[in-house]
Design a protein around this ligand. Structure first.
Ligand SMILES: Cc1cc2nc3c(=O)[nH]c(=O)nc-3n(C[C@H](O)[C@H](O)[C@H](O)COP(=O)(O)OP(=O)(O)OC[C@H]3O[C@@H](n4cnc5c(N)ncnc54)[C@H](O)[C@@H]3O)c2cc1C
Length: 290
């Protein structure tokens, strides 16, 4: 069924990096929920494959607060682990919720956050939330370690800033980016479960006495990559929350959205959702009708 030439199971990061450097066109496999689907369909580059398994590498499964109380999540953690992890639930509850909306239990039990980010899909359920948290990615390769904001990692549909011999090691959310924020995520899909988003929206908001101190809004499927709604974010800062302001935030999101028609939904419908979902998310995040 699968055309696999070689399979390496790495026990350490260095071992995995060595396999990646020594082999021609190696493919990292984590949970395999994307890789094996492509392999089954005999997609280009997914025949005669050399696979490098990374799920036994201990540091890829860590979840901890570092000395500055930044939240650090190893890339090979499954959605189920992240959803139920106490640190994630306490410091980044929006992420815990967002990953609970992925596929069904089988997919969540094996699919990983690293695979979700590295496949470059605009519909990835972890992405809008991680964009809203201003997450940083720690990547290790031949030339050492580099850190890149997730907002700069996505380059186009299925394209990310990662070379063949690099591994996404950690996803980091800085204390200043989670502390004091409330949020909500909406995955707008045809069905309640087991579906890919028609559009998805994450909002994180910091408010004081009904004044918006900061807001971060990110959409998935409103463009070729997840997109932060900069015009709406800038407009909303220091505004008093009112129906008029909320409605204007929704309208301003259209300035950054690059929606299109697809068999899942029309551009017109998606644009309508772009104006509505952030408003609903803000209301839910703030716990009622503001
Ligand atoms: C039935 C089904 C339902 C699904 N539903 C959803 C859904 O609702 N929402 C959603 O967002 N996704 C969904 N997916 C897609 C998929 O489950 C996710 O994208 C998942 O997160 C992929 O993780 P993985 O560990 O299985 O990745 P893999 O298949 O192992 O890898 C995916 C890609 O990332 C690369 N990669 C993986 N880990 C690393 C790393 N640490 N460093 C560098 N490169 C890496 C691989 O080389 C590959 O290119 C679904 C898939 C299936 C089969």
């Amino acid at each position: 069924m699968f055309d696999i030439k070689k399979y390496y199971e790495a026990n350490t990061l260095d071992e995995a990096l060595n396999y990646l450097w020594q082999e021609e066109n190696p493919i990292i496999i984590s949970g395999g929920t994307d890789v094996l689907v492509k392999a089954r369909d005999r997609k280009e580059n997914y025949t005669s494959m050399t696979l490098v398994g990374i799920t036994r590498i201990p540091e890829l499964s860590d979840i901890y607060l570092d000395e500055e109380e930044n939240l650090v999540i190893g890339s090979a953690n499954t959605f189920t682990t992240i959803e139920n992890n106490d640190l994630v639930k306490k410091y980044a509850p929006l992420l815990s919720y967002a990953v609970s909306t992925v596929g069904g239990p089988q997919t969540r039990n094996v699919g990983t956050i690293g695979g979700n980010i590295c496949n470059g899909a605009t519909s990835a359920d972890s992405a809008p939330t991680l964009f809203a948290y201003n997450a940083t990615l720690e990547i290790k390769g031949k030339n050492g370690v580099r850190n890149i904001p997730i907002t700069e990692f996505y380059k186009g549909p299925g394209k990310v800033e990662l070379s063949n011999d690099e591994i996404l090691v950690k996803i980091k959310i800085a204390k200043k980016d989670y502390e004091g924020y409330k949020g909500h995520y909406t995955k707008f899909a045809q069905r309640e479960a087991l579906d890919i988003a028609n559009l998805s929206c994450a909002v994180l908001i910091k408010e004081n006495n009904n004044i918006i101190k900061d807001i971060r809004i990110c959409f998935g499927v409103a463009g070729p990559t997840p997109i932060r709604m900069k015009n709406a974010e800038i407009y909303a800062k220091e505004k008093e929350i009112s129906e008029e302001v909320l409605s204007e935030i929704g309208k301003k999101c259209l300035l950054d959205a690059v929606t299109r028609d697809s068999w899942r939904a029309s551009k017109e419908y998606r644009d309508h959702l772009v104006t509505i979902l952030p408003v609903r998310n803000i209301r839910t995040a703030l716990g009622g009708a503001k």
